[in-house]
Ligand binder design. Sequence first.
Ligand code: PLP
Length: 366
Amino acid sequence: MDKITVTSPLLPPLEELSPYLEDIWSRKWLTNSGYYHQKLEAELCDFLDVPFISLFSNGTLALITALQALELKGEVITTPYSFVATSHAILWNNLKPVFVDIDPTTFNIDPDKIEAAITQETCAILPVHVYGNPCDNESIKKIADKHKLKVIYDAAHAFGVTQDDSSILNMGDLSILSFHATKAYSTIEGGAVICHSQEMKDKLDKLKNFGFESEVDIKFAGMNAKLNEVQAAFGLVSLKHVDAAIAKRKNIADVYYKDLDGLSGLSFFKPADSLKWNYSYFPIIINENKFGSSREQLFERLKENDILARKYFSPLITEFELYKLFTGDYTHSEKVSKNVICLPIHADLSLSDVKKIVEIVKHDNK
Ligand SMILES: Cc1ncc(COP(=O)(O)O)c(C=O)c1O
């Protein structure tokens, strides 16, 4: 029997991609801000309702370059409840991460705890819109303005998310996206930085191309982080299908909301009416004492039944050897990380498989 995976890539119909590939073959221009690269940047600005976008070969390099573009020095406040690329990007810029605990209801950095972590050395805040659920930008912006700090959002999970009809990708000084194959929208590997001025876009475009200002001038040690033409074409075709894929994800979430509602010791995030979400993850939190089984037991039971859920994010960033020296009070992050399971959700998941998952979860709820 086929395994039920936590996610499945959004693959555009091959016959729709073929004409693009034929055109790329005839143009013989494969990378370095080619025709399809430029076209994808323009279409994404329109689709996402953002003013400027610079494409990257992945989200991690987008984040590293975003921090580099702001020419930061010192400490960056961030969250331990994220994928390790968030804090790696800080280290890659010779900056020091300062971890602040999350709000246990949103899983995002707790704005009320940020000010206590600010020192003379603090230069920026790097919050994550975890699972695409927007951070409390109003509070974060107030703190950032007061202390003259930059705000860079790791919006890797937040493709297409809007709050009160406005894109959350416009929050902060810069936001980054990941277009990895596991995300709601993908270019196989890929990413982007969203910014608010042509000047910043030009800077990012140079930084992702080795830092070349011109053929004979370099000011910064830039990356090679360019997205190629084949992946840009894949992204253009996928863009035509992403709304339909998100709608299918929503149908699955609706079944989970209905069928898992009221189970003792199980909670899940449900978007407010003001939020247009992308349903890229379906995290549930297990309270072992009330649920009757532990997170591990439920995870294993799902696995025995060929359902590959994911403990995401577990371990916490601060639990990895590399980050253990950054000690602090991460009570809520630790609790969520120990009890979270992301259930399968993707456009190819059948409703009968969703029902099967629900039955197993219910069976373990004693
Ligand atoms: C929160 C977060 N930040 C950054 C990244 C890095 O993105 P990429 O895999 O495209 O390098 C990811 C990827 O999974 C992520 O989940």
